[in-house]
Design a protein around this ligand. Structure first.
Ligand code: AMP
Ligand code: ZN
Length: 137
């Protein structure tokens, strides 16, 4: 398996590393939406959010908060987005789980869902029922 993020973790590929612990690494995205756009990854390879080990949740979120605070301070941000693309259809291009932290600016016109749908009748309750049937804690 050839994974660019694993190579960065192994220090075999260069990256602008922002923060690192024994199991998490944060770096600048090489093609940023805005300068300072950062990625937070587990050091141990997993493909996506569904395969991220539960033991990593806290450390990933903690590192994300630490880096987000640094971005807010550095760029004097009023806001930022934290997100993860899962699956090619959702825009995932590197198949090693990562959270994006993207600075936001007034008037930057970045939109995630320009065509919002509306639930009608019982369809919201029906969708809720279908999903609840598949909840497996
Ligand atoms: P995604 O499309 O959600 O899988 O995000 C992958 C991100 O990784 C993209 O925004 C890329 O610009 C970024 N990326 C790919 N290769 C590198 C690299 N070598 N160093 C830093 N960021 C990278
Ligand atoms: Zn990897």
């Amino acid at each position: 398996m050839d994974c660019i993020f694993c190579r960065i973790v192994q220090k075999e590929s260069p990256a602008e590393i922002l923060y690192e612990t024994y199991n998490v690494l944060a770096m600048l995205d090489i093609r940023p939406i805005h300068f300072g756009h950062a990625l937070v990854i587990p050091k141990s390879h997993c493909v996506d959010f569904l395969t991220l080990p539960e033991q990593s949740f806290h450390d990933i979120m903690h590192a994300t908060q630490i880096v987000a605070r640094a971005l807010v301070k550095t760029f004097d941000l009023e806001g930022f987005n934290v997100f993860s693309n899962n699956g090619r259809i959702a825009g995932q291009s590197v198949f090693h789980f990562h959270l994006h932290i993207v600075p936001r600016y007034v008037g930057d016109a970045i939109r995630f869902a320009p065509m919002l749908k509306s639930y009608t009748g019982r369809s919201m309750a029906e969708n809720g029922e279908r999903i609840r049937r598949n909840i497996q804690p």
